[in-house]
Design a binder for this molecule. Structure first.
Ligand code: ADP
Ligand code: ZN
Length: 354
């Protein structure tokens, strides 16, 4: 957890923190069009006012722009502005920015420094931690990428104040994932959070913010400990993909109209159904997970336009394939999941109900 810091980003204290890093370099803030307007320009101004050299590079928001083409365009601009491998990239934004900017940092002149400043709940609890970077292509999500650790990750929950409710739910899907793979009191905290959040009372708002911060810290601890043990996802790290094998495919088949968290939510329900059909997960446990998902208004059914055959076809491109078999993460109960290659085409057809 040494390189993960909880701090305010907008303000002089943060600029002083950067100065203390002694990188003595130029900063390239990479962000998307939304976050640039909300925070990017302010951060650039704040750095320049304190005598730190900074430029901002942005691209249109949305997963559909997380491509090699966007990466190439930004790399071109970095060259034009004469960035060098001793300089530092600042990834300011949600998961899309973090993945793309981290990827650029890992390949520009064979790698330059990178710091991550996640601004969505999803990026704070998941994508900014663990050093995975990547872009999407025709064959699927994050299929081109690197493992590349940022120097530091700065978490500032104040960014969440402008995040739409729908995006908060998106992040909650990842949090539910942690609750299933590691428990750690997450379901209880989520239930409290939902309770406090419903009533707009000053006292409860403070309580709900505090609970959310506690949840974020718990998830980061889990992700950090798992990804540190298995940086290149050879083994245990695969459990972080609970709900993701189907989730990534659903995202891709929706042309990224269904956001990541929502797709993972449907993916978790599908894989739970498989686990339940195989008598691995009890009906009661499956119901418990289902209810938490429903509490946060996350989707639970596969949209009609997504065909099971297309899902089966795309499974061939999953990154977790071993000896031509897909590795799935199946839950036994909250806090316990197993990895298996023993899922058949029929298991999937049954779970999809088609
Ligand atoms: P994710 O973080 O879920 O992987 P994105 O990076 O695409 O996904 O972020 C989701 C959306 O939220 C994007 O449209 C992005 O521009 C926007 N966004 C990111 N951070 C904030 C914020 N703090 N306030 C408001 N909108 C934000
Ligand atoms: Zn995810």
């Amino acid at each position: 957890m040494k390189n993960i810091k909880f701090t305010k980003v907008l303000g002089k204290n943060f600029t002083d923190t950067l100065k203390k890093l002694n990188f003595s370099c130029k900063y390239a803030i990479i962000t998307d069009s939304n976050v640039k307007k909300l925070y990017g320009n302010k951060l650039k101004k704040q750095l320049i006012t304190s005598g730190i050299n900074a430029e901002i590079f942005s691209f249109s928001n949305g997963e559909k722009n997380k491509t090699l083409k966007t990466a190439e365009q930004i790399i071109e601009q970095l060259f034009k502005k004469k960035f060098h491998r001793d300089d530092c990239i600042v990834a300011l934004g949600g998961g899309v920015v973090g993945d793309l900017a981290g990827f650029i940092a890992s390949i520009y002149m064979r790698g330059m420094r990178c710091i991550q400043i996640p601004t969505t709940l999803l990026a704070m609890v998941d994508s900014s931690i663990g050093g995975k970077t990547g872009v999407d292509n025709f064959y699927g999500k994050n299929l081109i990428g690197t493992f590349y650790q940022p120097k530091n990750i700065y978490i500032d929950v104040d960014f969440l104040k402008t995040l739409p409710e729908k995006e908060i739910s998106n992040g909650i899907a990842e949090i539910i994932k942690y609750g299933v793979i590691r428990k750690a009191g997450i379901f209880k905290m989520l239930t409290n959070y939902a309770k406090y959040n419903k009533i707009k009372d000053k006292n409860l708002t403070r309580k709900s913010e505090k609970t959310l911060l506690k949840i974020i810290k718990t998830c980061i601890k889990i992700k950090n400990s798992i990804s540190r043990k298995d940086q290149k996802e050879k083994n245990i790290r695969k459990i972080l993909n609970y709900g993701h094998t189907f989730g990534h495919i659903i995202e891709k088949l929706s042309k990224y109209k269904i956001p990541h968290g929502e797709a993972v939510s449907i993916g978790m329900v599908l894989i739970n159904k498989i686990a339940e059909n195989k008598k691995l997960l009890s009906k009661k446990q499956a119901e418990k997970i289902f209810m938490v998902i429903k509490t946060f208004k996350l989707p639970v059914v596969l949209p009609k336009h997504i065909k099971t055959q297309d899902i089966l076809d795309l499974l061939q491109f999953d990154k977790k394939i071993r000896k031509e078999k897909n590795v799935f993460v199946l839950p036994k109960r909250t806090g316990k999941v197993i990895l298996t290659t023993g899922i058949t085409k029929n298991d999937i057809l049954n779970a999809c109900g088609k």
